[in-house]
Design a protein around this ligand. Structure first.
Ligand code: ATP
Length: 324
């Protein structure tokens, strides 16, 4: 759906983006991750032509971006920026209608679609349509920003630090909601963040950048267990144990876990074996007393159960097998 080939952007002598090759498949979420100044935002802006390429090629939906007018290209792309970027003197309704108005949509259609998209994002229209941005919380503003990007139902969404301006708790909550949003499920998405946790939570694949170059493009599990070079190892080091637990699914631990007893204790925590190990640990520790976890499987594989220590020792036995 989006293809970057050997993309470079120079500002004078500096290459902000330096020979980036990257493909984002239809329906996939790729997260551009890296420290400040590594070229994430510039890469995003090259895709929707807010910046022009110095060299290389970018295709969106099979067509070279330079073969189409920027307005035409941007019709296929929703863009969400940090701090939502709402117009302060426009109401929520007017903010969301900006693009439909440019596209000369029928007013009744725009209103209906605006209401639908607000509902989708958990903002009851009767309560929010006529509010101004300063009357909204940061999280609500962010959702309006997302509504604005989604209102024309574009196949591609670009997001630049969409949760960057929020406090950590709101950020976590919105991120969780956002992940389960039906409206975003099938969109081809490129999201920029410098937050490692956020990248690992949201990405199908992560593109880790440094100094304008791609250091590794891979699934979260590949980055953790098969880092491409010393930079990747060093970048993830601080969070490594948590990331390992986050990328491992319970079903991967199956061979190393005891068979469940035939009678499941009444206070057992039941989780599907597609859940990640971190979630399982969090559930077990939140219980406040020793409990067992029961793994529920969609297949008819024999049932497994585990205590915290059994989970940890299964992780220790599995992880060496995942390294190159
Ligand atoms: N318009 C510009 N003119 C000159 N240099 C620029 C311009 N835009 C970006 N740069 C430089 O290009 C490099 C990459 O910037 P970019 O904004 O893409 O990084 P980033 O990874 O998104 O950083 P951040 O997380 O801080 O937003 C930086 O060194 C920046 O100073």
């Amino acid at each position: 759906m989006i293809r970057l080939r050997n993309v470079t952007k120079r500002y004078g002598e500096t290459a902000a983006v330096d020979g980036v090759t990257l493909e984002v498949k239809e329906g996939e979420t790729v997260v551009l991750l890296g420290t400040s100044g590594c070229g994430k935002t510039t890469t995003l802006k090259l895709i929707n032509r807010l910046e022009n390429l110095s060299s290389g090629h970018i295709e969106v939906a099979g067509a070279d971006i330079r073969s189409q007018k920027p307005e035409e290209l941007r019709r296929k792309i929703g863009y969400v920026i940090q701090g939502a970027g709402l117009f302060p003197h426009y109401t929520v309704q007017e903010n969301i209608a900006v693009v439909p108005r440019l596209l000369r949509w029928d007013k009744t259609d725009t209103k209906a679609r605006t209401r639908a998209v607000l509902e989708l994002l958990g903002l009851p229209p009767e309560q929010f349509l006529f509010k101004f941005p300063h009357e909204l919380s940061g999280g609500q503003q962010q959702r309006v920003g997302l509504a604005r990007a989604l209102v024309t139902d574009p196949p591609v969404i670009l997001m630049d630090e969409p949760f960057g301006a929020l406090d950590p708790i709101t950020r976590n909550n919105i991120r969780r909601e956002f992940k389960s949003l039906e409206a975003l499920l099938h969109k081809t998405t490129v999201l920029v963040t410098h937050d490692v946790q956020e990248a690992f939570e949201l990405a199908d694949r992560i593109c880790l950048m440094d100094a304008g170059k791609v250091q590794q493009l891979g699934t979260p599990q590949e980055l953790v267990f098969q880092p491409a070079n010393a930079f990747v190892t060093h970048f993830l080091q601080e969070h490594l144990f948590q990331l390992q637990l986050q990328v491992l699914r319970l079903h991967q631990l199956r061979p190393f876990l005891p068979l469940a007893p035939s009678d499941c204790a009444p206070n057992t925590i039941i989780l599907p074996d597609t859940a990640n190990v971190l979630e399982a640990m969090q559930r077990l520790s939140a219980a406040g007393k020793p409990q067992d976890l029961f793994l529920q499987s969609a297949t008819d594989a024999p049932a497994r159960s585990a205590s915290v220590s059994e989970l940890l020792s299964a992780v220790a036995r599995l992880t060496p097998t995942l390294r190159l």
